[in-house]
Design a protein around this ligand. Structure first.
Ligand code: KG4
Ligand code: ZN
Length: 347
């Protein structure tokens, strides 16, 4: 099988998605989002998201097949996100995928959604070089990984000790009155602001803590500092310079991520940095990573925006990697794992 054809299914959070990948080619890509149904609650409501997955599952999968001009008989394998994510949401996708696999007799892979976020870069940039470094920035994860051998061997080099960068943005966005998810609003306002207007701390970059945690992250202090600053200004009756707050926050977070990622590349001798996760859609981070990459002679591979946020292509692409590597499909009674570790690529 030179170019495996894989159907990828995604349902970890508020996107129901399905896609077909053939080798490194994206053949079809369908995403249905329940994001608007959650906006008024200020965050994803698991029960609402699960119900939306149950509604969208069959329409998404059938559209992905129709768009690819295929039926289930044409695919070599099915891959589904089995974690990490919301348990009820994962259960809908995994159960649906199991039914499809059972009825069609196709092998099924329960894969790690977060690893899918970096796998997806192969659709644009080709296979991973061996021993490469990867930066994962999703809603729940901020981690540096050493990908020794994709998809067989991945180690965690560093991770956030508290909030993820995406979480930190979403929390500050709430303070500023933006609807969920706040990240894209901060991004937009930051483009009009002064990145040096407010001093935002950079956690674990200096002194003893920085030396002890060269590749770890901490963003809860950032959130607290920005919240304090806003409170103080409000108490003084000052108008909040929203654009400047967003620009200062975004610049500080992007700077820490880019600096630590480059240091990791140097440490591991990697001339490539793979980037993935919803937060990699952030324009300040993208610009900073490309700037630092050029300075340090590191090729930075960031997916195009539509492949940064949750989608089925990332799941299908990782499925292709697993098929190509000759890794056995998941056992028929595999379950979901809402806190799947980053070192588990498939169940
Ligand atoms: O990877 P993802 O789609 O979901 C998870 O698997 O967690 O990431 C969602 C996160 C949210 O925190 C959202 O605010 C953030 O990505 N995000 C952004 C942008 N687009 C999405 N954050 C900053 N700027 C953006 N443009
Ligand atoms: Zn994600």
């Amino acid at each position: 099988m030179s170019e495996p054809i894989v159907l990828g299914i995604e349902s970890t959070c508020d996107e129901t998605a399905a896609a077909i990948v053939r080798g490194r080619e994206l053949v079809s890509n369908v995403v249905a989002s329940s994001m608007e149904e959650h906006a008024r609650y200020g965050g994803v409501i698991p029960e609402i998201a699960s119900r939306a997955h149950a509604e969208a599952f069959v329409p998404c999968v059938s559209k992905a097949l129709t768009d690819a001009n295929m039926t289930l008989a044409d695919v070599d394998a099915i891959a589904v996100s089995a974690g990490p994510g919301l348990a009820g949401c994962l259960a809908v996708g995994v159960s649906g995928a199991k039914a499809l696999a059972w009825a069609s007799g196709k092998p099924l892979y329960g894969i790690n959604h977060v690893i899918g976020h970096i796998a997806v870069t192969q659709l644009q940039f080709g296979a991973f070089p061996p021993d490469t470094l990867a930066l994962i920035v999703s809603g729940g994860h901020t981690s540096l990984l050493h990908v020794a051998d994709m998809p067989r061997h991945i180690d965690v080099v560093g991770t956030t000790l508290d909030d993820a960068a995406g979480e930190c943005f979403d929390k500050v966005a709430r303070l500023l009155g933006f609807p969920y998810p706040g990240g894209p609003h901060i991004d937009r306002h930051a483009q009009a602001g002064d990145p040096h207007a407010i001093r935002v701390p950079q956690g674990l970059t200096q002194g003893k803590a920085g030396a002890e945690h060269p590749y770890d992250f901490s963003f809860s202090g950032v959130k607290t500092a920005v919240a304090r600053w806003i409170e103080t200004e409000q108490a003084l009756g000052h108008e909040i310079p929203v654009d400047d707050v967003c620009a200062s926050l975004a610049d500080s977070v992007a700077d820490v991520l880019a600096k630590k990622a480059m240091r990791g590349c140097k440490q591991y001798g990697s001339k490539t940095l793979i980037v993935g996760g919803g937060f990699s859609a952030n324009s300040q981070l993208r610009a900073k990573l490309l700037e630092y990459g050029e300075k340090h002679g590191v090729e930075v591979r960031i997916p195009q925006i539509k492949l940064c946020t949750d989608n089925g292509a990332m799941v299908a692409m990782l499925g292709v990697n697993l098929v190509e590597a000759g890794i056995a499909p998941s056992v028929p009674d595999f379950s979901i794992d809402s806190s799947m570790p980053l070192t588990t690529v498939s169940l």
